[in-house]
Design a protein around this ligand. Structure first.
Ligand code: PMP
Length: 432
């Protein structure tokens, strides 16, 4: 039988670098042929060979309602008829900004952009402009998009700044980016002790989804907040992945339950707020946000920012996830999945640990949950790849790399999860 996925991949490789428009899609880590998606509905997509897959990526997070939710489709179809893009303000932008500000108490104002990369990059410029400082802190294993200053890994020691992780980024561009180990209190203290007066912001994925699934511990987050406040640095939460995904109020609402009065100073959002359309945002307190152009001296702009079709999609998505009980049901489904996987791995005798919050989860082929990137990367890659392909062959699509999180949607049924666990049981037995 002809393999349409393979044919398309071969053709794509002659036209698009690596055959893909974003690297992880190429299956470089796991090997094999990427699935070219033909269409999707609910919890499934169908590839170019017509094979159905249960989708635990959901466009890397946005599709929290599953694919093709009727209310979202209707909103988008209506919006399209009114026009694709105007480059002038619209009522829907105001409505979406209002919905976001209502759902996330730390936000007083937001600006809409088109990608998470743009949102993080702009948030950092604003933090630097607002504080008049140069340096930023980021953590190894956290991804904030591909702005130059954020493509950086830890240097040889704390006294040195990071090294670029991409060619094309001159060392001078990352010289003000300090890269620390996630959940490492000692490094955090030392960084503020040495550079406190020059730190504009600390940017963090509160629950990191770009090193699989790793939570910042409550003591660590508490100290991040204290040190930022004491030194006048802004605490910036990157909730592109976790926002409106781990809980209606994002990861910050999860920490606020454990740390009285907890709030970040700024938040970066994306994915779910666009419901699958190119839409992201950054926001914070009025005094900081009003330093953006046209009011203030920090420049930021976008031809397609606040796009009318994307805002319609985002608004319809948020309207669904705000309904009472939505997150309880989503969390319960995610729990069913991770508990089932864990039980299956235990009975197959495969070392396994899991964690989840709301509709986001991670699992590791190791007995204990890791606390930082270095430990995540000690996962047995060969075993992960075998598990990935075992699942893929059985119609279950998880991230094609062990350092990515997974996503459950409201469209995943109990039967979908049972089918997934059965596929995992067969795949894990083959591993043991
Ligand atoms: N921040 C986080 C936490 C992300 O997960 C991502 C993308 N996965 C980004 C920023 C960048 O967003 P985008 O791909 O929309 O540029």
């Amino acid at each position: 039988m002809p393999d349409r996925n393979l044919d398309l991949f071969e053709r794509a490789k002659t036209l698009i670098p690596g055959g893909v428009n974003s690297p992880v899609r190429a299956f470089r880590a796991v090997g094999g042929t990427p699935r070219f998606v033909q269409r999707a509905q609910g919890a499934y997509f169908w590839d170019a060979n017509g094979q159905r897959h249960i989708d635990y990526i959901g466009s890397w997070g946005p599709m929290i309602l599953g694919h093709g939710h009727p209310a979202v489709l209707e909103a988008v179809q209506k919006a399209v008829l009114d026009g694709f893009s105007f480059g002038a303000p619209t009522e829907r932008e105001v409505e979406l900004a209002q919905a976001i500000v209502e759902l996330v108490p730390s936000l007083e104002m937001v600006r809409l952009v088109s990608s998470g990369t743009e949102a993080s990059m702009s948030a950092i410029r604003l933090a630097r402009g607002a504080t008049g400082r140069r340096k930023i802190i980021k953590f190894e294993g956290c991804y904030h998009g591909h702005a130059d200053a954020l493509l950086v890994k830890a240097g040889s020691g704390l006294a040195t700044f990071g090294n670029p992780t991409s060619a094309g980024v001159p060392p001078e561009v990352v010289q003000h980016t300090l890269v620390l180990e996630y959940n490492n209190l000692e490094q955090l203290e030392a960084a503020f002790a040495e550079h406190g007066a020059d730190i504009a912001c600390l940017m963090i994925e509160p629950i990191a989804g770009n090193m699989n699934f790793v939570r910042a511990s409550v003591p660590f987050m508490t100290r991040c907040r204290e040190l930022c406040t004491r030194h006048g640095a802004l605490l910036v939460f990157d909730e592109v992945m976790t926002g409106f995904r781990v809980a209606l109020g994002g990861a910050q609402s999860v920490y606020a339950k454990q740390i009285p009065g907890f709030e970040p100073d700024m938040t970066v959002m994306g994915k779910v707020i666009g419901g699958g359309m190119p839409l992201a945002a950054f926001g914070g307190k009025r005094a900081v946000m009003e330093q953006l152009a046209p009011l203030g001296s920090v420049y930021q702009a976008g031809t397609l920012s606040g796009n009318p079709v994307a805002t319609a999609c985002g608004l319809a998505t948020l309207a669904e996830i705000r309904k009472p009980g939505f997150f309880d049901a989503l969390s319960a489904r995610t729990r069913q999945l991770v508990d089932g996987l864990k039980a299956t791995a235990d009975s197959a005798g495969v070392p396994f640990s899991v964690d989840a919050e709301g509709g986001m989860f991670g699992f590791f082929l190791m007995p204990e949950l890791p606390q930082n990137y270095q430990t995540v990367m000690k996962t047995d890659g060969t075993k992960f790849n075998a598990l990935f392909h075992g699942l893929l062959d059985r119609g279950v699509y998880i991230a094609p790399a062990l350092y990515e999180a997974g996503f459950v949607s409201a469209a995943h049924s109990a039967a979908d999860v049972e089918e997934t666990i059965a596929a995992a049981a067969e795949s894990l037995r083959a591993l043991a």
